[in-house]
Ligand binder design. Structure first.
Ligand SMILES: *[C@@H]1O[C@H](CO)[C@@H](O)[C@H](O)[C@H]1NC(C)=O
Length: 185
């Protein structure tokens, strides 16, 4: 199939210039990251006696972590910890309650705006299905809601819409639709 381009060289140049500019702008906007489930475990005792690895997303008293209670079976989770004492380290949200991941799994916000948890072989275990929906970043907002927001600050996805076994203040329990019901793999 032949594509017709503007005829004269200067306009052809401009065409590709703006095409490139468009792609670089639309990609560069997303604050991408990739965190690998590796390294030392954290020093504190947590609920369920779990081992954990702290991840950068943090908003006191909430912190994202990988944790496991069985070797090699990790959950991507949100920890709530108001004090460094045993009783207050709780897991209040899990991304993948039925599909644990292994060491070296990756948690990433991709350039297309999808938030993805994948095993080291690249197999995707969980994602927010937010590719190409305008997501520019991830943050934890007060109350412990993990959100993906667009460039107007609107929440494209929020963990409060996907509760696991703990409800935080301000979080409601949505009527569960059949397509969102937990599924055992
Ligand atoms: C994780 O990856 C690192 C670096 O590639 C490797 O040295 C380590 O053995 C891996 N860990 C596991 C449990 O596979």
């Amino acid at each position: 199939m032949a594509l017709t381009f503007p005829a004269s060289p200067p306009s052809l140049f401009l065409f590709f210039f703006f095409l490139l500019l468009f792609f670089s702008l639309s990609q560069a906007q997303v604050q991408t990251f990739t965190y690998v489930n590796e390294g030392e475990f954290g020093p504190y005792i947590t609920e369920n006696d779990a081992d954990y690895r702290v991840l950068p997303p943090f908003s006191s008293p909430f912190q994202m972590c990988f944790y496991n209670t069985t070797p090699g079976e990790f959950y991507l989770a949100l920890r709530m910890a108001t004090r460094r004492s045993e009783s207050t380290f709780r897991w209040v949200w899990r991304a993948n309650p039925f599909s644990p991941v292994r060491d070296n799994a990756t948690f990433s916000l991709r350039p297309d705006g999808d938030l993805v948890l994948a095993n080291p072989d690249g197999k995707i275990v969980w994602s927010t299905n937010t590719a190409n929906k305008g997501v520019v970043g991830l943050k934890i907002v007060p109350g412990g809601n993990i959100v993906l927001y667009d460039n107007k600050g609107k929440f494209v996805w929020q963990s409060f819409d996907h509760p696991t076994d703990t409800l935080l203040v301000g979080q409601s329990l949505p009527c569960q639709r059949a397509d969102q019901a937990p599924q055992q793999e």
